[in-house]
Design a protein around this ligand. Structure first.
Ligand code: UD1
Length: 422
């Protein structure tokens, strides 16, 4: 198992380009299935989750080539609507293919993605939405088969603004007959990016970014060339990295309007942020201040995907902060690991009470999920001494060679791979 070894205490400085958004690229790759022909995507990150999605698309019969930051995907040869269970179990986002495969083939076979480290993560809203559009769903054990003789537009009110369910329903509805409205839709920037992509291919969708999305069904979509938005969670992670190391970092290829709540919280903590178009400078020369209360909830509120990272900053802040996690029930796994590094954090149900300490200390810690892993790297950068982060395959799901980006900013961080045995 690979691990990251970090010598903490070096202020980060310099400029870094933020890569494309995993959470935008994944549904966009799935949506490409609906347009037979070759789609070219630019600003696609080179991440293990993207590799799994491309493997699934290949298993369905597509031809996929990945370049430095591009993907060329020929979907005209696709012939299967059955996502292999072995690939499905590697990545929950494979459920994004349900809507597109149903639209293209009238059938899709998938497997329950199951629980994961951050919570139960059901797919009931995806299934209810597809059913409302006219899909018949048969569940037998772990297997789910959806079929349709033709999807029909309808009015769907989501019980919760689920990002994935909104995207799945949007994709299926864009080739359904007639109009669909999704109320209480998720408003994340990645949903706007999916709308923009689908519309470039000929779909007729309006409203993404608000809580009501209206989709007029079309009979076909045409492949296109499309640039994916920058990754706001990676940008947010590097903003916190600059702050916790008392550094001065310039981020290029960011969309500040996607980071409003994050900028607001960091400024409350005393972090200096200046913005010039898609360039952002982040610096923090003094000890950060505690932030009385941060509540994670759907966009535009503070993102759950940056909760663990901001907790590292608050662990070092002057005063007591409270973080309430409302999106995922099991998302405090990093707390035990941060405590082992000297953080003073107490949790009660879905709230964490963080009493800032002056110093974190290096330790051997384990990444339990993607963002928890990123938080431990940040803690290691700020800590005195050596930190070893294990189980870093989680981190590779969402950050393109994180140690390379951080080394570029002056961090002392190395990846160690196990020595191959004869
Ligand atoms: C997406 C993001 C993930 C982010 C999350 C919330 C991708 C690939 N992943 O995940 O990084 O943390 O949004 O911003 O885009 N729920 C149900 N039933 C459903 C669907 C969801 O109960 O059918 C619940 C989940 O268990 C969770 C909450 O709704 O508690 C939010 O989930 P959702 O918004 O769907 O997140 P994902 O799309 O899985």
């Amino acid at each position: 198992m690979e691990k990251l070894v970090i010598e903490g205490g070096k202020p980060l400085s310099g400029t870094i380009k933020i890569h494309g958004a995993k959470n935008a690229a994944l549904p966009i790759l799935a949506a490409s299935m609906m347009a037979p022909g070759t789609v070219t995507l630019v600003n696609v990150p080179d991440l293990s989750d993207i590799h799994v999605m491309l493997d699934i698309l290949r298993a369905l019969g597509c031809q996929a080539e990945q370049g430095t930051d591009t993907v060329r995907l020929n979907t005209s040869t696709a012939h299967s609507s059955h996502i292999p269970e072995s690939l499905m179990s590697q990545m929950r986002s494979s459920i994004f293919l349900m809507g597109p495969l149903l639209a293209r083939f009238g059938r899709v076979q998938v497997y329950q993605p199951g629980g994961c480290a951050i919570g139960e993560r059901k797919i009931d809203l995806h299934l209810k939405g597809l059913q409302a559009l006219g899909a018949e769903i048969e569940e037998s054990g772990n297997t789910i088969v959806c079929t349709t003789n033709g999807l029909k537009g309808t009015e769907i009110v989501l019980d919760y603004p689920s990002v994935g369910a909104t995207e799945n329903i949007m994709m299926a509805a864009c080739m359904a007959e007639g109009m669909t409205t999704i109320s209480n839709a998720a408003r994340e920037p990645e949903i706007q990016d999916l709308q923009n992509f689908l519309n470039v291919m000929g779909a007729e969708i309006i409203g993404a970014g608000t809580d009501t999305i209206t989709i007029k069904g079309v009979t076909s979509l045409t492949p296109c060339v499309y640039r994916v938005i920058p990754d706001r969670i990676v940008a947010g992670t590097f903003m916190v990295a600059a702050a916790v190391t008392k550094g001065n970092v310039t981020l290029e290829n960011v969309n500040p309007s996607h980071l409003t709540s994050v900028i607001h919280v960091l400024k409350r903590a005393g972090v200096q942020i200046t913005i010039d178009g898609d360039i952002m400078n982040v610096s923090c020369l003094t000890r950060p201040r505690a932030v009385e209360r941060i509540v994670t909830s759907p966009h535009p509120s503070f993102p759950t995907d940056l909760q663990s990272q901001i907790m590292v900053l608050l662990s070092l802040a002057d005063g007591v902060s409270i973080v309430k996690e409302t999106v995922f029930e099991g998302r405090f796994k990093h707390v035990d690991e941060l405590s082992r590094m000297g953080a003073d954090i107490r949790t009660d149900m879905n709230s964490a009470f963080i009493k800032g300490v002056h110093r974190l200390y290096g330790a051997t810690v384990e990444a339990t999920d993607l963002r928890a892993g990123a938080a431990l790297v940040l803690a290691g950068l700020a800590a005195h001494g050596t930190t070893v982060v294990e189980q870093i395959h989680h981190i590779d799901r969402g950050y393109e060679r994180i140690e390379k980006m951080l080394t570029h900013l002056g961090a002392q961080i190395h990846r160690f791979s196990p020595v191959p045995t004869e």
